[in-house]
Design a protein around this ligand. Structure first.
Ligand code: SF4
Length: 366
């Protein structure tokens, strides 16, 4: 397939890795911000092909992983109501709340459905006028446009029984929090190509400049990732603080202006809590007050919610690049994809799930 197979060519990837090996002279810590990139790196063993001077750490760019426990518990409470059809992307169903997950709500009679788009949830609302239909609108900048479209469509069609439970988070404030922390180890960033496809990468140069950290917009295929690492390594070695685009076949500096305008019309910035990390100021989006009628948190009063994380889970440290999954004492023993203690073991983009799926727990035990 054009634009995919050529980016999976092992010889080309090896060539880029050789170039990294040739230019690197000292230790560098580079963070890939996106969980999709983490999975590609672990799946293709790119971290193991790199010279020992380059350490990759895994960032918070996994929407399922950072959705706060309180909101998952809220989702569970709403989904348990007999008058509600609760809709979500599939990977949220197994994410543990304080005591259970959406699968167990479904097993006990709740109407929980997997959809591939929030527009499908609007259709379900039209087909079930006697029910309240809620979509679990989580994600980074990438998933905001379809969520926004669903609200616009419900409004224009006069669908009154549709609402969204919003937990949108944004990449730049999270990077600001990581880089501003006294414990920070990150010296260079691979930026998430799909986020930049929507938002462009004009927001990042001030961040790079402020913290003296080079960055490369990076795609998701092995060659894209190797090129992103080479771009950042070269900048680090040459002491150049730049934001470079290593994914130009998809990303432009400005991004998708019409998507940005749509988002701006429906959402406004707000403080957001990140699971395992805490509240990051102005790091998310919420519905503007004029769209309150589509706000599930306002539509359903679920009362006070008390949450409790597993004391064993160190996902917050992993998501900030301070630990790796096999540093967790529960990894692969008490915590597995079948019995997850934290969201990073469940999500298709979670670092713990990637390490488990591609056999890193077996390597630890060896
Ligand atoms: S292995 Fe499980 S308990 Fe440990 S950090 Fe990952 S999700 Fe949390």
């Amino acid at each position: 397939m054009k634009y995919v197979t050529e980016y999976r060519d092992a010889k080309l990837v090896q060539g880029v890795i050789e170039e990294i090996r040739r230019i690197v002279t000292r230790q560098w810590v580079i963070m890939e911000i996106c969980g999709g990139q983490t999975h590609a790196i672990v799946r293709h063993g790119i971290d193991q092909l790199l010279p020992p001077e380059i350490e990759l750490v895994h960032g918070p760019g996994c929407p399922v992983c950072v959705t706060p426990l309180e909101l998952i518990d809220k989702a569970l409470a709403i989904a348990s109501r007999p008058d509600v059809i609760f809709t979500s992307y599939g990977d949220m169903l197994r994410v543990p709340g304080s005591g259970r997950d959406l699968f167990s709500v479904r097993a006990s009679g709740g109407d929980v459905r997997v959809v591939y788009s929030p527009l499908d949830a609007v259709k379900i609302a039209q087909q079930n006028p006697d029910k309240q239909v809620v979509f679990f609108a989580i994600g980074f900048e990438t998933t905001a446009p379809p969520n926004v479209m669903s609200v616009m469509q419900a409004k224009s069609l006069g669908v009154k029984n549709y609402s969204i439970l919003v937990s949108h988070v944004c990449v730049p404030p999270a990077m600001h929090a990581i880089l501003g922390s006294p414990a920070n180890r990150v010296q260079g960033f691979l930026l998430a190509g799909h986020v930049c496809a929507v938002m462009g990468y004009w927001e990042y140069p001030p961040l790079a400049e402020k913290y003296r950290v080079p960055m490369a917009v990076t795609g998701f295929e092995p060659l894209d990732i190797a090129q992103g690492i080479l771009t950042v390594t070269r900048a680090l070695e040459e002491n150049r603080i730049q934001v470079e685009n290593a994914y130009p076949r998809v990303v432009t500096l400005e991004g998708n202006k019409s998507a940005q305008q749509m988002i701006e019309k429906i959402f406004m910035q707000c403080d957001r809590k990140w699971r395992g990390i805490g509240t990051i100021p102005m790091s998310g989006w919420q519905l503007r007050p004029e769209f309150d009628e589509f706000n599930a948190e306002k539509r359903f009063d679920v009362g006070e919610i008390k949450t409790q994380e597993s004391p064993l889970c160190i996902a917050g440290k992993i998501l900030q690049g301070l630990s790796k999954p096999h540093d967790c004492s529960a990894f692969g023993t008490q915590c597995t994809p079948e019995h997850p203690l934290g969201a990073t073991m469940v999500s298709a983009e979670g670092a713990c799930a990637a390490y488990y799926k591609y056999g890193r727990h077996e390597m630890r035990d060896a």
